[in-house]
Design a binder for this molecule. Sequence first.
Ligand SMILES: [Zn+2]
Length: 496
Amino acid sequence: MTVTLPPYEDVVARYEPVIGLETHVELGTNTKMFCGCPIDFGGQPNTRVCPVCLGLPGSLPVANKAAIEATIRIGLALNCTIAAWSRFARKNYFYPDMPKNYQISQYDEPLCVDGWLDVEVEGQIVRVEIERVHLEEDTGKTLHVGGATGRIHGATESLVDYNRAGIPLVEIVTKPVPGTGALAPIVARAYVTELRDVLRTLGVSDVRMEQGSLRCDVNTSLSLPGAEWGTRTETKNVNSLRSVERAVRSEILRQAAILDAGGKIKQETRHFQEDTGDTRPGRSKETATDYRYFPEPDLVPLAPDAAWVASLKEALPELPRVHRKRLQTDWGLSDLDMQSVLNAGAVELIEETVAAGASPEGARKWWLGELARRANEAGIELVEVGATPAQVAELQRLVDEGKLNDKLARAVLEGVIAGEGSPTEIMSARGLGVVSDTGALTAAVDEAIAANPDVAAKIREGKVAAAGVLVGAVMKATRGQADAKTVRELIISRLS
Ligand SMILES: [Zn+2]
């Protein structure tokens, strides 16, 4: 069925979107949640398994203390209350990637509750309230082969890999976020971005969305202003920041078209389609009773010691928002300038470039100028452009030392991106340095004077401004490699 979608601006003028986000984070602990199997991405299937994570009869789980500690630190960073008493629960359902036929999760007694995370959107702070942060184990992975789409439909075989089964997984659930209006998709993206930065700062996960160590489900509903909130859908496995924004936007449009036609929204799980940017229906949404939760009898309750929690809180690192404020002050940037650095995703790159010796101004000029332009043209992220902060710092140093001018530096940068080596190496290999040696420049200056006698005459009469024409001629003759300041001095000294 093809539905004509109404324009976005029109939809958000008539309907109030409410979003909610559930984020799963694979913790970067050494071992799995309830056994001693090592954690690593990739590798041969079913090589990092044992009786516990394969759910063999008679095996017993033992909780991973490092994972509990990481979860508490996440809760603290998100301003949550850490429960003095918390329990694991069995979530019962059958799926081949979960060999026990239940997942050890947390239900009505999660480890962390009632927190918040502030995110900045278009200069405004939006406080996203956190309902809970709980700890569970990841499932294995199924791989459907033989079909065109990688999905089970049309597949001839389904394979299962249990290497991921039992990796500690933290689920972070927001409360519904109303009142963001047209900005709902951007708020969703900003929240996941900020959360990812917090998790990275805490060092609890490598938070790589493309590898699935950070996964996001997005809830979206629409209601008429002042009316009760509408039925929500849950869009699963949105695996990039850009897709978070697209998924919310596309759900807003799809639901509006149904509501406009007098239809009802079905509560269901949907899947985001990377290629088309829209969502497709999945299974209808289970309710808690379908899972028949009960306290996990093989594990003791968690009762984290208050002094331990206090010491973890004390030892939290400087969180991203505070850190960014400090950088803004250190770099002397206005709110607007800082915003463009943030929008470009260049904070860390500039920070590292400055740490490698560049001035904040020089570092910002490259990352927001030439490198941002190249990233835009290629449709890639700034970090993927192919220049490292250390290389950019070296390039800027060569400019500061007068060995390269801007034009030559851009040519050197091209070599850096092409993988030809360090800026200094490329400068000498491509013969791109600024020539400021007067001996080498005198001949070119004399040629320019001889070729422009009328201009030379003006300069002799004291009209020094005319020297620009001769400087230009020398620059052209030396293909931009002459040091303009030296050339100018030479011209004036030859003609006075
Ligand atoms: Zn194991």
